[in-house]
Write a protein that binds this ligand. Structure first.
Ligand SMILES: Nc1ncnc2c1ncn2[C@@H]1O[C@H](COP(=O)(O)OP(=O)(O)OP(=O)(O)O)[C@@H](O)[C@H]1O
Ligand SMILES: [Mg+2]
Length: 413
């Protein structure tokens, strides 16, 4: 898989153990940390080991150097960064850190989910961390508005739902971006797709065909789309619309539009749907919808059918075959009927690139498929190329059609 690009493992990590380590409880007892936190909260100021020592002394607690430093470190983690999750986020290859309440923290660093030894002292500290991260992203998270989805300044995507809406406690999901992202070549080297399929996808881009990247959660849709956009001609203007800004293509001309939820008074929401309409007035050479997951599917399909070539986006679907049903469901919820949704999809989208993730965590392009219509007018997906887990490439029945479409498009600029 990918080469690690993060700083080395923190000392709490050692082979044979689960990642992480007892949070505060090992080095600095949680009760001490709480006591010092409370005392320091009473007299605001910078968090220094000296002040920690004073607070410990005032509480009649032991004030050895090691204890002062351990309490200081525990508090510092609580105040800056992602608290006790920080060491996990810094492990090489970490892509996701998931917190299910105080007692269960999971990690994905390329080989699927692993339970870690990290725990929080209690639910209140998970909640505090979630609220602080929301605050860093400029958003509120409380009982009146118990969920949040945003991008932190370092690019980490942060999602949280407070308990009791979430069970077994406050649930936090962090998605770590890879520093520098992946180029298409790097994805080929990481065995996400075989070279010949990368060449085919480059032709899809060059011919300005419209495409969707589909796949399950965390299958690499956003990563592949960003890598593909990095191969778009520098002369083109990309307008990227997203719910929570995530795509960072390595391209010189990118304009981004990001939706936002309503404020507590219920005003000020900016929907992705609206932004797709705005994007069309911004002279895009390519309209990119980072993640199609709502009514924006209607605007996107309409745009692709009215001369906005080269448009693309990602769509959550468990197989390429499921894509028409997923588009239909989203379109239906947005008021577009079944027949119209299928006819729009068939004429709008030229290719679907489907990603799969194996149980061992390996992500790969599993299919390139082409929408076609059955006699009833419904869209079915026909396979142009299929890729096995060992990256063997098989031609599918629709390859000829895709190649024809590529030639047609190139001959008809
Ligand atoms: N080929 C790869 N090798 C290693 N890591 C990868 C690879 N592809 C993606 N990743 C990492 O996996 C994580 C998930 O990838 P990504 O965000 O692209 O998935 P997604 O399908 O868009 O997820 P979601 O369903 O949440 O939108 C990211 O942290 C990304 O950096
Ligand atoms: Mg994504």
């Amino acid at each position: 898989m990918s080469s690690p690009d993060r700083s080395p493992a923190p000392p709490c990590w050692s082979a044979g153990r689960r990642p992480g380590g007892p949070l505060v409880s090992g080095a600095a007892p949680a009760v001490l940390v709480d006591e010092v936190r409370e005392r320091l909260a009473g007299s605001p100021g910078e968090l220094t080991p000296h002040r920690v020592a004073e607070a410990l002394r005032a509480a009649g607690r032991p004030v050895g150097d090691a204890m002062v430093l351990a309490v200081h470190e525990a508090l510092r983690r609580d105040v800056v960064g992602a608290g006790p999750l920080e060491p996990l986020l810094r492990l090489p290859g970490t892509t996701d850190v998931l917190v299910n309440g105080a007692d269960a923290v999971y990690l994905d660093r390329g080989s699927g989910l692993e339970r870690t030894d990290v725990t929080f002292p209690d639910e209140a500290s998970v909640r505090r961390l979630a609220q602080r991260l929301a605050g860093l992203g400029g958003r509120r998270l409380d009982d009146a508005s118990p969920h949040v989805d945003l991008r932190l300044a370092d690019g980490t995507r942060f999602h949280a739902v407070l308990a009791p809406v979430a069970r077994p406690g406050t649930v936090i999901s962090l998605r770590v971006p890879r520093r520098g992202g992946f180029t298409l070549d790097a994805l080929v080297a990481a065995r996400m797709l075989p070279g010949p399929v990368a060449l085919l996808l480059e032709r899809v881009l060059a011919a300005r065909l419209a495409f969707l990247v589909s796949g399950g959660t965390g299958s690499g849709k956003t990563t592949l789309l960003a890598a593909l956009l990095g191969r778009v001609s520098a002369a083109e203007r990309l307008v990227v619309v997203e719910d929570a800004s995530e795509l960072r293509p390595d391209h010189p001309h990118v304009v981004g539009l990001e939706g936002r939820p309503a404020n507590l008074e219920g005003a000020g929401a900016v929907e992705v749907r609206t932004l797709v309409r705005q994007a069309l007035r911004m002279r895009p050479d390519r309209l990119v919808v980072g993640e199609v997951r709502g009514g924006e599917v209607v605007e996107l399909l309409a745009a692709l059918n009215t001369g906005h070539e080269g448009g693309c986006g990602t769509l959550h679907a468990n197989s390429a075959v499921d894509v028409p049903a997923r588009v239909e469901a989203l379109a239906l919820a947005a008021g577009l009927g079944r027949a119209a949704a299928h006819s729009q999809l068939a004429s709008a989208v030229d290719a679907v690139i489907h990603l799969a993730r194996a149980p061992d965590g390996a992500r790969r392009v599993a299919q390139v498929a082409v929408p076609s219509r059955d006699p009833a007018g419904l869209v079915t997906m026909a396979v142009a190329v299929r890729v096995d887990r060992d990256l063997t490439v098989h031609e599918g029945p629709a390859l000829g059609r895709l190649l024809d479409r590529l030639e047609e498009a190139v001959g008809d600029p």
